[in-house]
Design a protein around this ligand. Structure first.
Ligand code: GRF
Length: 194
């Protein structure tokens, strides 16, 4: 199975996924990284690990459908079977949703449906929650709304700061995401064989 990772930022999850693929722990290959941000550090990280990384700017296209059609053309050219969103800061539109129905997942740093959208970690701190976590879910047209595949709790300690909580959540993400991608890819391979 060939996987494309979509990311807009730092790319620590993309890096964890690429490294897991290289050691055979992903059950698939990360063949492509796509970013909507020209200077996203994820592009450099991926290239340094030998993975093709492409920037496509939404501003260069007339609308979202045209932008996603260009991404779709690239995915088709690269033979991509599955899309993994890892800090991709755009809602996915009908063009990609229809082409990759049931073959696109996302990771979010909260226990959804709690704290969807931007700055989930800040939202959890602001709410003085004592627990937050990580959710991996299938992607639908909403913001962080698709069917949940896996969740893991992270305790918020007394005196927790944004930095310490982010580090705890990232540590969970970097283990959980490769494991769940492996599980989901396996299910797809088995589904295709039936
Ligand atoms: C992660 O916390 C992920 O849950 C969220 O965006 C962040 C991406 O971080 N969707 P990174 O770019 O993988 O470091």
């Amino acid at each position: 199975m060939k996987v494309a990772v979509f990311a807009s930022g730092t790319g620590t999850n993309a890096e964890a996924l690429i490294k897991a693929a290289k050691t055979g722990e992903l059950g698939g290959e990360v063949a492509l990284v796509v970013s909507d941000k020209q200077h996203a550090p994820v592009l450099e990280k991926a290239r340094n690990l030998g993975v093709k990384a492409e920037h496509l700017s939404p501003q260069s296209f007339s609308d979202k459908a045209a932008y996603e059609q260009a991404i779709l053309t690239l995915l088709t050219k690269e033979g991509i079977d599955f899309i993994v969103l890892a800090g991709y800061m755009r809602l996915i539109g009908p063009t990609l949703l229809e082409a990759y129905e049931g073959k696109m997942i996302n990771i979010h740093p909260s226990l959804l449906p709690a704290f969807p959208g931007l700055d989930a970690i800040g939202q959890a701190l602001e709410a003085k929650a004592d627990t937050t976590g990580v959710t991996i879910h299938y992607v639908d047209a909403g913001m962080d709304t698709g069917p949940v595949i896996a969740q893991q709790q992270v305790a918020i300690a007394k005196g927790e700061t944004r930095e310490t909580l982010t580090a705890k959540i990232q540590a969970v993400e970097h283990t959980l995401y490769p494991a769940v991608v492996k599980q989901v890819l396996n299910e797809h391979v088995e589904g295709e064989q039936q």
